[in-house]
Design a protein around this ligand. Structure first.
Ligand SMILES: *[C@@H]1O[C@H](CO)[C@@H](O)[C@H](O)[C@H]1NC(C)=O
Ligand SMILES: *[C@@H]1O[C@H](CO)[C@@H](O)[C@H](O)[C@H]1NC(C)=O
Ligand SMILES: *[C@@H]1O[C@H](CO)[C@@H](O)[C@H](O)[C@H]1NC(C)=O
Ligand SMILES: *[C@@H]1O[C@H](CO)[C@@H](O)[C@H](O)[C@H]1NC(C)=O
Ligand SMILES: *[C@@H]1O[C@H](CO)[C@@H](O)[C@H](O)[C@H]1NC(C)=O
Ligand SMILES: *[C@@H]1O[C@H](CO)[C@@H](O)[C@H](O)[C@H]1NC(C)=O
Ligand SMILES: *[C@@H]1O[C@H](CO)[C@@H](O)[C@H](O)[C@H]1NC(C)=O
Length: 431
């Protein structure tokens, strides 16, 4: 009895020497911890504007504990999880930042369950929960994000928040991508991901494992070329691309709104906005569920029109590759040319105006080429099958060329962009 108390007292004493206690949740308004502080139990960090909280939670009825970030206004919406693959099995987890500027999550036997990492150190490391929902490690006086040691925005979970970047840093090789939870009660990485493909002209896609499930495409300056949804009118987006970096990012026009883009365990990406009146998250749109959104549903050189029966139609100048399969509504083999290309300047192009642009993963592009130069470049190479403007603003600029088969085309009802598909001249009815 007595010795037990002694041990407990001694432990308490040692603890209070090591850490200054973070106040409990009722009075806690801290957004930062330094190496002599920690978070455990039901203690939380609250971002300066009060939007986000960081602390421990258990999803569903499970006893597994995770360190996560959620909205203060709706704590059931967890936007980020630190130890998503390594749950704690009791409530003894402790989060601290080391003198080296590493965030560590310790279990009851002081084993490291999860940690951040950095290739640099600073004199005075702290960890701060920003009002964007970004948990960062930085020098105490640092305000420039470029100098942060580590940030949770570099390692998203299932939620793509405003001001996060989704894409690739080609210099460091870091890919920032969103991955679904395994189930609604298990934050471990699931089979779906929302990411940027780095091949050809980078595109935004939802993948199931290593396969594309739906493709939102890249930006033509006004919107994503593969998305039939209107852009969210409450936000502005940026599709940044140069040799060092490619990313997609969105910002809310009204900073006091709450909005999030989340990928659920079933692979559905949905944009939610918080509605104050009803105290609920309303979906703005979700990735379309119709057949035409299934990647390459109609095969190559075939377009998908959800209002048509059958939904798949070969492009002009193309015929079903396997007529029997095609007629029994198996479109996966797609279509082939009715007449081979001459591979000379005698080939022509048929212009489509209401298509989702085909998959650009084996495309080539040049921002400085005109549409006329683009056509010339396409004719010079026999494997070039199509061309279009890269950017459709201000009358159009830049050149985008497709090499090889054209896949994942669907018809759009409204405004689209011109796409020129290469055909043998005899198919164009000229001459
Ligand atoms: C704590 O974590 C360490 C390292 O992951 C592990 O070896 C140990 O079994 C854990 N202890 C408990 C009590 O879970
Ligand atoms: C940090 O960890 C991630 C994932 O484990 C790894 O890919 C990355 O290279 C590490 N970064 C540094 C700076 O060590
Ligand atoms: C922050 O403090 C360090 C010393 O710890 C100093 O070298 C640095 O210039 C300061 N940075 C800013 C942005 O004030
Ligand atoms: C911004 O959003 C907040 C919260 O929804 C709302 O109260 C405010 O009126 C909005 N401001 C503008 C300029 O629309
Ligand atoms: C899609 O099919 C419908 C029904 O046949 C047709 O009215 C419409 O014009 C088609 N859309 C396009 C863009 O071809
Ligand atoms: C459709 O055709 C493909 C290719 O010929 C074949 O592999 C597949 O099994 C067919 N699917 C069905 C449902 O018959
Ligand atoms: C045509 O383009 C493809 C793909 O970019 C390339 O691999 C090939 O070398 C080009 N052929 C010629 C003759 O330029």
């Amino acid at each position: 009895m007595h010795s037990d108390q002694n041990i407990a007292l001694r432990t308490l004493f040692v603890c209070s020497l090591l850490f200054s206690f973070v106040r409990t949740s009722t009075t806690n308004t801290l957004d930062t911890i330094s190496p002599n502080q920690y978070i455990r139990g039901d203690q939380t960090l609250v971002s300066a504007g009060g939007t986000f909280q960081l602390g421990f939670f258990s999803p569903g009825k499970l006893t597994s504990r995770y360190l996560g970030i959620w909205y203060t206004i709706s704590n059931e919406i967890v936007v980020w999880v630190a130890n998503r693959e390594t749950p704690l099995d009791d409530s003894s987890g402790v989060l601290k930042v080391t003198d080296q500027g590493v965030l560590v999550l310790l279990n009851s036997s002081n084993g490291v369950v999860w940690s951040s990492n950095s290739s640099r150190t600073v004199d005075n490391p702290v960890s701060q929960l920003l009002d964007s929902g970004n948990l960062v490690v930085k020098n105490a006086n640092e305000t420039n994000p470029d100098n942060f040691l580590w940030q949770s925005f570099d390692y998203p979970c299932d939620t793509f928040l405003p001001e996060m970047k989704l894409g690739w840093d080609f210099v460091t090789g870091l890919e920032r991508y969103v991955s679904s939870w395994k189930s609604t009660e298990d934050p471990a990485r699931g089979e779906f991901s929302l990411r940027m493909t780095p091949y050809g002209l980078p595109q935004l896609v939802v993948m199931k494992g290593a396969k594309i499930k739906t493709r939102s495409g890249s930006s033509n300056g006004l919107r994503l070329t593969g998305s039939i949804s209107r852009p969210n009118p409450l936000s502005e987006f940026e599709f940044f691309l140069n040799k060092d970096e490619v990313y997609y990012e969105y910002r809310l026009l009204n900073k006091s709104m709450l909005s999030r883009y989340a990928l659920n365990p079933f692979g559905i990406a949905q944009w939610f906005t918080w509605i104050e009146n009803t105290h609920s998250w309303e979906p703005f749109f979700s990735t379309q569920q119709d057949q035409c959104e299934i990647y390459a549903f109609c095969g190559s050189y075939s377009s998908c029109n959800i209002s048509n029966a059958p939904v798949c139609t070969c492009l002009k100048g193309f015929i079903p590759k396997s007529p029997e399969q095609w007629n029994s509504q198996n479109w996966s083999d797609g279509c082939v040319r009715n007449t081979p290309l001459s591979c000379s300047y005698n080939d022509g192009f048929f212009k489509y105006t209401s298509f989702k642009l085909p998959d650009t993963s084996s495309s080539w592009f040049d921002k400085s080429k005109s549409l006329k130069e683009c056509k010339g470049l396409c004719l010079e190479n026999c494997s070039c099958t199509s061309y279009a403007n890269l950017d459709i603003r201000d009358g159009g600029s830049g050149c985008l060329l497709w090499f090889g088969d054209l896949t994942d085309i669907r018809t759009f009802q409204s405004d689209s962009q011109d796409l020129y598909i290469r055909l043998a001249s005899s198919e164009l009815g000229g001459f």
